[in-house]
Design a protein around this ligand. Structure first.
Ligand code: ADP
Ligand code: ASP
Ligand code: MG
Length: 385
């Protein structure tokens, strides 16, 4: 395969409305060597589809009204992009599949996982169809080909959190992506969804589209994956929660994976697995401000003295809510780095939780969340200087 092939993934906020679709499509137009675009459902659609599935159980009539609203919102986007006539029939056909599934969902006491995956898939199927149509319109010189990700991303049968089967995926990709080397071809497909070895729709876990993009990239032998999101890269901490974060220009696979595993939502944790196997550079960039540098993640070791960033997540122990704060870095096991004491000296309850060479975690009371994150991040910035 050629050395330079790019896969770009656009998350839900990068396709939240027609303006975002246009912004992301411009990025697509400008990206050299781009072979495949992987797209998430439009912003909040996956949550609305969860609601839809439970409405089939609790309020059957309302479920159909809810589904109509979801479809209508997509048709409005399509109409604003002037591609409604190209997509309306297939969106209605997809919606009908879910309408027909309604009675089966409603028969059970709870939403069965394989039913949920079928409903989830509607989100990515709709957004990718709209993007495909719009790209055809703005890139008349290209052949834009829509691929059903379920024909490529083969998984086990663990519905709602399926594990992909990379060897099978590679075989499928070879059969499906037959025009990879034609300069005028651009493929479009869905994140998040796959198909089990038994032929049923599966999903890779919430937020799993990043993982899909890396799996596709590995399967076609791409050199780079661009994860286009709503922040300008991986930061020292969640920029929506803490002020004064710094964006990290370069990270190793291992450091990025740890940040994600311990709570940094910017990347689905398993994204780095195919990237590592395929030696793929992962770029995290802002679709709202494409000129910003962003973060590149690859096999090279991160250049920092002790810590590179911090992540956090909720944790419930013996009926009590805690926040677990995790610093990611190097040589943390036998260093005198003790961030929890920095916080306890300021009157907060803290408890050391897990320490390895690469991470230092501790618990704080959930009610102290804001102060604890602020103090921890200030400490991190002090160390970075
Ligand atoms: P997308 O819809 O593009 O997949 P996500 O909401 O899944 O976007 O991920 C982007 C969000 O990740 C950001 O808006 C930010 O709030 C959050 N985030 C959490 N931790 C970090 C971090 N360390 N660096 C950057 N963003 C982070
Ligand atoms: N649409 C899915 C979700 O919201 C997958 C993704 O966006 O990554 O979880
Ligand atoms: Mg995401």
């Amino acid at each position: 395969m050629t050395s330079k092939m790019v896969v770009s993934k656009f998350g839900g906020s990068s396709v939240r409305d027609s303006i975002a679709f246009k912004r992301s499509s411009n990025i697509i137009k400008e990206t050299a060597n781009l072979k495949l675009v992987v797209v998430s459902a439009t912003y909040d659609t996956t949550n609305q589809l969860e609601k839809l599935a439970s409405l089939f159980l609790s309020n059957y009539e309302e479920a159909f009204i809810h589904l109509d609203k979801v479809i209508e919102r997509h048709l409005t986007i399509a109409s604003e992009l002037e591609v409604k006539s190209m997509v309306e029939a297939s969106l209605q056909e997809m919606a009908n599949e879910i309408r027909n599934l309604g009675p089966q969902i409603a028969q059970k006491e709870f939403v069965l996982d394989h039913h949920m995956d079928e409903v989830y898939a509607l989100g990515e199927r709709m957004s990718s169809t709209i993007l495909w149509a719009y790209l055809q319109k703005i890139l008349p010189q290209k052949k834009v080909i829509l691929i059903d990700a379920r024909d490529v991303i083969v998984t086990n049968t663990h519905f709602r959190k399926a594990s992909p089967l990379p060897d099978e995926i590679k075989l499928k990709a070879e059969k499906i992506f037959t025009k990879l080397f034609e300069d005028d071809v651009l493929y479009v497909s869905q994140g998040f969804i796959g198909k089990s070895v038994c032929g049923q729709t599966t999903t890779l876990g919430r937020e799993g589209s990043d993982f899909s993009a890396a799996l596709f990239a590995e399967a076609i032998g791409a050199s780079d994956v661009y994860i286009w999101t709503d922040v300008e890269g991986v930061a020292t901490c969640d920029p929506r929660v803490v002020n004064n974060v710094q964006f990290i220009p370069h990270m190793s696979y291992e450091d990025a994976e740890l940040m994600a595993t311990y709570g940094a939502k910017v990347l689905f944790p398993r994204t780095l697995e195919p990237a590592k196997r395929g030696h793929i550079n992962v770029f995290v960039k802002n679709s709202y401000d494409a000129a910003k540098t962003g973060t590149v993640i690859n096999h090279e070791k991160g250049k920092y003295s002790l810590v590179v960033g911090m992540a956090f997540c909720d944790i419930h122990i013996e009926n009590k809510d805690y926040l677990k704060i995790t610093f990611v870095g190097d040589n943390l096991l036998n260093s005198d780095f003790a961030p929890h004491t920095h916080l306890s000296e300021r009157g907060l309850f803290t408890q050391k939780y897990e320490v390895t060479e690469k991470i230092f975690s501790f618990l704080v009371d959930k009610i102290d969340e804001k102060l604890a994150l602020e103090l921890s991040h200030n400490l991190l910035l002090d160390i970075l200087v």
